[in-house]
Design a protein around this ligand. Structure first.
Ligand code: KIV
Length: 268
């Protein structure tokens, strides 16, 4: 029986205030929505990584808003207690503030409690516009897969001094604009830690070291069912686990205990 209380934005803020690590995982269907919930995951991200791991696309760019709404609705039917975040896909928020709100409304009506969008700089105004209309927003900086071509490939962002300062500025602008959470992907651990200390909101890292307020992994990566080589920052939680449910529980335990990511194993 699932006796957990629903995770709300207030509870996430309380966890952040008392220094409890936040365990986020991606999920894309009702079965994994339920399994994540039963494993004690705090927040599920219905990521546009579904382009890669569900649709077999080369990246996230082909994912449509309709695809996202379909998967958000599926996860929402399986999940009862995890805070549910839906990714705004490429092309669904770049045109205008109105387009961004329309797209966010669609994901909220499908069951999302928060939307996530990628990028710093101009996105701060978009975040403010969505938040002012009553929809919580999670920002996403560092490596942003929707702009992989502009970034010149899959690589760590914010390494050099100036790039690190820009990242800190973008993070601050996004928090000032009302973002309630910030994902940092493939960012040097020192930079991620600096941003985390500077912001009043929880930060969630993926390939960003142990110094963030929480962690996220792509479900298929941590269950080791992704095709091809896994990034160095991923741990295969199926190794030694008797079941998928046990692997998910172990992920939550390891994140909460601050044992994942382990700088010695993941090269931070
Ligand atoms: O789409 C996704 O799964 C994501 C995570 C990698 C943070 O954005």
């Amino acid at each position: 029986m699932n006796e957990r209380k629903p995770v709300t934005l207030t509870r996430l803020r309380e966890m952040h205030a008392r220094g409890e690590k936040i365990a986020m995982l991606t999920a894309y269907d009702a079965s994994f929505g339920r399994l994540c919930d039963e494993a004690g995951v705090d927040t599920i991200l219905v990521g546009d990584s579904l382009g890669n791991v569900i649709q077999g696309q080369p990246g996230t760019m082909p994912v449509s808003l309709e695809d996202m709404a379909y998967h958000v609705a599926a996860v929402a039917r399986g999940n009862r207690n995890c805070w549910l975040i839906g990714d705004l896909p490429f092309g669904s928020y770049q045109e205008s503030h109105e387009q961004a709100v329309r797209s966010s409304v669609k994901l909220v009506q499908a069951g999302a409690q928060m939307v996530k969008l990628e990028g710093g700089g101009w996105t701060a105004d978009t975040v403010r516009f969505i938040v002012e209309r009553g929809i919580p927003v999670c920002a996403h900086i560092g490596f942003t897969p929707q702009t992989v071509h502009a970034l010149g490939g899959y690589r760590v962002q914010g390494r050099e001094g100036e790039a690190a300062e820009t990242m800190l500025r973008h993070a601050t602008e996004l928090a000032d604009a009302g973002a309630a959470m910030l994902v940092m992907e493939m960012v040097p651990s020192t930079v991620a830690e600096r941003v985390t200390k500077a912001l009043p909101i929880p930060t969630i890292g993926i390939g960003a070291g142990p110094g963030t307020s929480g962690q996220v992994l792509v479900l298929h990566d941590m269950l080791n069912v992704t095709r091809g080589r896994l990034p160095k920052f991923v741990r295969n939680f199926m190794e030694g686990a008797p079941s998928i449910a046990a692997a998910l529980r172990s992920y939550v335990e390891e994140v909460k205990a601050g044992r994942f990511p382990d700088p010695a194993l993941h090269g931070y």
